[in-house]
Design a binder for this molecule. Structure first.
Ligand code: IVH
Length: 679
């Protein structure tokens, strides 16, 4: 291929990857591969400057702004970083910096490279005016409403000392903690929605939600890494900027370190490469920055990235291996999940032999065949994913998979409701569903019966002389009568049996929301269960609710309403509730019991509220104490300082004023949600 056509091919390929990465949030190649394409293009263009065109990907910072948001021209372009993948590359960069600095003082700051999306926060007079995504680096999307729901973004900068006059711009990385990511995906799986591939995609997808309430639910976080005053760094060194941000209520990652030379940088990089699995968020490397702003200015930037900073990328947690087989697992809701059985391969410090294929559609999209070589990736806490098939390595010996028509556990024909990606076993007596149902019921987020692990549930549900000890969650509360048989089970001594029975007894007080969640009703995740519990306050009332009443509750849609209603209509479920009630399981909510933990976090610290209109269930005083208990202040009139207006029916002029000032308006359910960080 001639240089010209290779350049063309590279540009086309890079543009496609940019689109998949920035617009669809669905990259199909690893960063290393992308960088290799970019490097090749850069060096070809360097050798043939006459072939450089203004629309070449080398001439801009990549990405396309998404639709649906107002655009905003960044005060200064949001550049990306050059990547280095080896200590040698990092060493080269450090030597270049040394040469440029000459006799001047040269230090570095090393920071973790958080895997999220960058956000620019504009503060005027100390108040958050605007939050803008990076977009294409020059123009971003205004997502202020969404940013305001992120609790670690201060709506006002701390100003014990007077703030400098001018526009303060803070840049940082918004990310999703891994635990929240795992939880969101578990809920999505339950609801038959496609899963997010990794926390970064989930965070990027969330920031592009047009409804800030969804963003609030997702519990994003931010780490700030840069501050600019009227477009310029306000201090002589970068570390002073970090300290200033810390002092003004901005969240800075505390792991940053000042380093004097390559040796100290290498030490930092390798320390965090080992420590990264213990972090509650994902990092993909380290960012090294020249500390002295004078030197940063001297070194300048290319069109894409500054010369005074570099990303040292950790080896990708990706690997290739052979797909030996697929097994089909049946979950609590009967959902059948295909799981890839792999030739064991080392990945991110563990040996991986299984990976999720999610569902039939995903298997078809990937086009996997038995015996294929596949590319797998580990991200977040979830099990590894199959990224793609390496078709070049096919030998012709590979054979197709048949997705089963019948339940692989009980043999009943699977159903796939229209519009859903999941095939399910409809049988209520499927042993796999019963087992998973009990595990869910006793899980930490539901009734919290700690002693009830997988191995024990397996034994309890296994038929013994034709009948299992437990054939549904109701039977758990009768286990006290079966003590002798429990003692017969493997690895069950008197102590563990008594412990288990105690835990089961204690679970009776877990509370209504946990119980509703534990029942495993389709579409009813933890949050929905809380909303239902708060609204109905007793199981009896919930059971009697008609679909219209359910659908009338804020944030309960028709699908959820229908699922809840159908669940309580079924005779066996009705009977189950009756049995649980008979065993003394708590089925009503009293006001102290509403939040499961007892102690409330001061999540509203520093925030001002105005309550107006008639709220659906809370009295004005209740709303006030709910806010105050959490550290917030309730004011009587709306001003620029108001953070939230809680509006009910007939809200009137205060609501108009809030809209005029662009203040976030929420309703009662929004207040409850904001106030309960476990939601
Ligand atoms: S500094 C000009 N610091 O990485 C300086 N970036 O690949 C540019 N990132 O767009 C950014 N953690 O979204 C910086 N501690 C950190 C970072 C960080 C994550 C992201 C940021 C940037 C991307 C570049």
């Amino acid at each position: 291929m001639g240089n010209e056509s290779r350049i063309e091919a590279l540009r086309k390929e890079i543009n496609q990857h940019d689109y998949r990465y920035y617009v669809l949030n669905e990259p199909t190649i690893a960063d290393v591969e992308y960088d290799a394409l970019m490097k090749e293009l850069e060096s070809l263009e360097k050798a043939h400057p006459e072939l450089v065109t203004p629309d070449s990907p080398t001439q801009r910072v990549s990405g396309e702004p998404a639709v649906g948001f107002e655009e905003y021209l960044h005060l200064r372009p949001m550049l990306s970083l050059d990547n280095s993948y080896s200590i040698d590359d990092l060493g080269d960069w450090v030597r270049r910096c040394g040469k440029l600095a000459g006799e001047e003082d040269l230090d570095y700051v090393a920071e973790l490279k958080i895997d999220g999306l960058s956000l620019s926060l504009i503060y005027e007079g100390g108040q958050l005016q605007r939050a803008v995504t990076r977009g294409d680096g020059v123009r971003g999307e205004v997502v202020t409403g969404n940013a305001r729901t992120i609790r670690s973004i201060p709506l006002r900068l701390a100003d014990e000392e007077p703030l400098p006059a001018g526009t303060i711009e803070v840049r940082g990385e918004v990310y999703l903690p891994m635990a929240v990511f795992a939880q969101i995906n578990a809920e999505r799986e339950e609801q038959g929605l496609p899963l997010f591939a990794n926390p970064r995609n989930a965070a990027a997808g969330t920031m592009r939600q047009l409804d800030p309430r969804i963003v609030a639910e997702r519990r994003l976080e931010i780490f700030c890494y840069q501050v600019l005053l009227d477009g310029q760094p306000p201090f002589a060194t970068h570390h002073e900027s970090l300290e200033w941000m810390e002092q003004h209520g901005l969240r800075v990652n505390p792991t940053f370190a000042r380093c004097r030379d390559l040796e100290e940088l290498i030490d930092y990089c390798s320390r965090w490469n080992e420590g990264r699995d213990e972090l509650p968020y994902e990092i993909d490397g380290v960012v090294v920055k020249v500390d002295q702003v004078r030197l940063q200015e001297m070194m300048g930037a290319t069109a894409r990235s500054p010369r005074w900073a570099i990303a040292y990328k950790y080896p990708a947690r990706q690997a290739s291996t052979r797909l030996l087989d697929v097994v089909y697992q049946v979950g609590r809701t009967g959902a059948v999940t295909p799981v890839a059985i792999l030739e064991p391969v080392r990945l991110a410090g563990t040996i991986v032999s299984r990976a999720s294929l999610h569902n039939r559609d995903e298997m078809e999209r990937l086009g996997v065949l038995k015996g294929d070589w596949v590319f797998i990736e580990k991200s977040g806490e979830i099990i590894p994913q199959v990224l793609k098939v390496i078709t070049d390595r096919r030998t012709g010996e590979e054979t197709p998979f048949d997705f089963p028509a019948d339940c692989p556990v009980c043999g009943v024909e699977l159903i796939r409701p229209t519009g859903e990606v999941v095939s399910r076993c409809p049988s209520i007596s499927c042993p796999a569903k019963i087992r998973e149902g009990i595990l869910h019921f006793s899980s930490r987020r539901a009734m919290r019966i700690d002693g009830l692990g997988e191995a024990l549930v397996e034994q309890l549900t296994l038929p013994r002389q034709g009948v299992p000890l437990v054939s549904g969650i109701g039977d758990l509360y009768r286990l006290r009568e079966r003590r002798p048989e429990l003692l017969d089970l493997e690895r069950m001594g008197a102590k563990s049996v008594d412990n288990l029975l105690d835990q089961i007894e204690r679970s009776k007080e877990a509370g209504l929301a946990r119980l509703i969640f534990g029942l495993g009703i389709r579409h009813v995740g933890e949050r929905t269960a809380k909303i239902l519990a708060n609204h109905f306050r007793s199981m009896q009332r919930l059971m009697q609710a008609e679909p219209e009443e359910l659908a009338g509750i804020y944030e309960i849609g028709e699908v959820v309403a229908a699922a809840v209603h159908a669940w309580f209509e079924a005779a066996e479920n009705h009977a189950l509730i009756g049995r649980l009630e008979g065993y003394g399981v708590r089925m009503v909510i009293d006001d102290d019991n509403g939040s499961s933990s007892g102690t409330v976090e001061r999540v509203f610290e520093g925030r001002q509220f105005v309550v107006t209109g008639t709220l659906p269930t809370m009295k004005r005083d209740e709303a006030k104490s709910f806010i105050e208990q959490r550290g917030g202040r309730v004011m009587s009139s709306v001003s620029r300082k108001t953070d939230y207006v809680v509006a009910g029916e007939e809200a009137g002029s205060k609501l108009d004023r809030a809209r005029e000032l662009g203040i976030m308006v929420i309703d009662e359910a929004g207040l409850l949600k904001l106030g309960d960080p476990t939601q």
